[in-house]
Design a protein around this ligand. Structure first.
Ligand SMILES: C[S@@+](CC[C@H](N)C(=O)[O-])C[C@H]1O[C@@H](n2cnc3c(N)ncnc32)[C@H](O)[C@@H]1O
Length: 228
């Protein structure tokens, strides 16, 4: 079961034809979605807890069971790695691993919709040293282009949170869509295919074991657009 993941199946055979216009519109018009009270309270509690924490912050967006969060914590030993996911079930598994003896102490998990998290973090002026987006659900139907992060209205807030971006996916079109969005935001990017992947997350391991090509887009969003 582990090594038989299916390739992403989509009616798209390249970057979505409307993505250029969608990204331009989103870059010009800040996302005004109201953030719920629960997310506000969670973010406020986290911000208060970190008030005197001067460590660089690293975000693991859509961290699932937190396996990648722990790996990233070891990789960024001087930083605080924050794993955010909306699944309570997956985070419970992650919290057990985090609480185990020998786990790095520079990681924490937060249950939150990462869209709300990016909006709140950007508004609070947070700047990450790095942001990882590892194997997010690609929403492969063309009509769902705006649910994928490059076409999502939250993109300017995500970019405003700054730092080195690293996106990994087994769907090349999704990686290409990231490159277009970054191009339009004037952020230099680099794409490569992970030849000998240093596996970071469970989905990455699964796709690697299934012989999928694994794509990585890296960018430095330090000069990303500010949101109004
Ligand atoms: C395909 S899994 C990948 C998990 C992990 N990053 C990995 O590579 O193994 C996608 C994860 O993103 C989370 N997710 C999707 N949309 C989200 C959102 N809007 N806010 C927070 N988490 C989200 C899901 O709950 C799920 O855990």
């Amino acid at each position: 079961m582990f090594a038989n993941s299916r390739q992403v199946d989509s009616r798209q055979d390249g970057v979505h034809g409307c993505l250029d216009a969608i990204v331009r519109r989103h870059l010009e018009h800040p996302y005004r979605r109201p953030v719920g009270e629960r997310a506000r309270a969670q973010f406020a509690a986290l911000a208060a807890a970190l008030e005197n924490d001067s460590r660089p912050r690293v975000l693991d967006a859509g961290c699932g069971t937190g396996v990648s969060t722990l790996r990233l914590a070891r990789l960024h030993a001087d930083a605080l790695v924050i794993g955010v996911d909306k699944s309570a079930h997956r985070l419970r598994t992650g919290q057990r691993a985090l609480d185990a003896a020998g786990a790095p102490r520079n990681a924490l998990l937060l249950r939150c919709d990462v869209v709300d998290f990016w909006l709140l973090a950007a508004a609070a002026g947070w700047r990450f040293a790095a942001q990882y987006l590892l194997y997010p659900n690609p929403w492969p139907k063309p009509e769902h282009v705006q649910r994928r992060w490059p076409g999502h209205p939250v993109l300017p807030a995500l970019l405003a949170c700054g730092g080195r971006l690293e996106l990994r996916t087994n769907w090349k079109i999704y990686a290409d869509e990231w490159c277009l969005a970054l191009q339009l935001a004037n952020i230099p990017w680099h794409i490569d295919c992970l030849a000998e992947p240093q596996l970071i997350s469970p989905f990455e391991s699964k796709y690697h074991a299934s012989d999928h090509l694994l794509w990585r887009v890296q960018a430095d969003s330090a000069s990303g657009p500010a949101i109004g």
